[in-house]
Write a protein that binds this ligand. Structure first.
Ligand code: CMP
Length: 139
């Protein structure tokens, strides 16, 4: 079925001017950008977005990294969008990611790993509505 997922192009990628390169890989994987905006997250936004990771040892570093520069938040649409996006992103740690994936080809480290993508349809809905209103999404 055609579904939607949520994506973030992270500060390490925007810093290296890779917004287009990442988006091209998403598009070539069969995903369509139906909403997109460049933002600089506040600490409160980043802490709220990553709330499920609050107890993890890397939480503070993760939040600091995510507010270290601009990001591009996107809604992606396509057949089985969550899985399609996870496949093209590759493993969280770029060292473990398959060749041809965004993280293998572009990411710097497990923290500076260039992209975030929702891990389930349910989380996709929550994450999309964290950053976008319905009228900002044009399919
Ligand atoms: P993301 O999909 O954005 O969700 C949580 C993020 O935490 C993850 O990608 C990683 O970039 C980041 N992170 C930083 N350190 C770690 C770690 N040791 N294990 C897992 N994720 C980490």
């Amino acid at each position: 079925a055609v579904t939607r997922t949520f994506s973030i192009i992270k500060p390490d990628a925007t810093r290296r001017n890779l917004t287009g390169a990442v988006t091209k890989m998403l598009e070539e994987a069969g995903l369509r950008v139906v909403a997109s905006k460049r933002i600089h997250m506040t600490r409160e936004q980043a802490e709220g977005f990553y709330g499920v990771h609050r107890e993890r040892p890397f939480f503070n570093d993760l939040v600091s990294f995510m507010i270290s520069g601009p990001v591009v938040v996107q809604v992606l649409e396509g057949e089985d969008a969550v899985k399609r996006n996870r496949d093209i992103m590759g493993a969280t740690n770029p060292e473990n990611a398959e060749p041809g994936t965004i993280r293998k080809e572009l990411a710097e480290s497990i923290e500076a790993n260039s992209v975030h993508g929702s891990d389930s349809d349910e989380n996709a809905k929550t994450e999309i509505s964290f950053f976008f209103s319905d009228d900002e999404i044009v399919g």
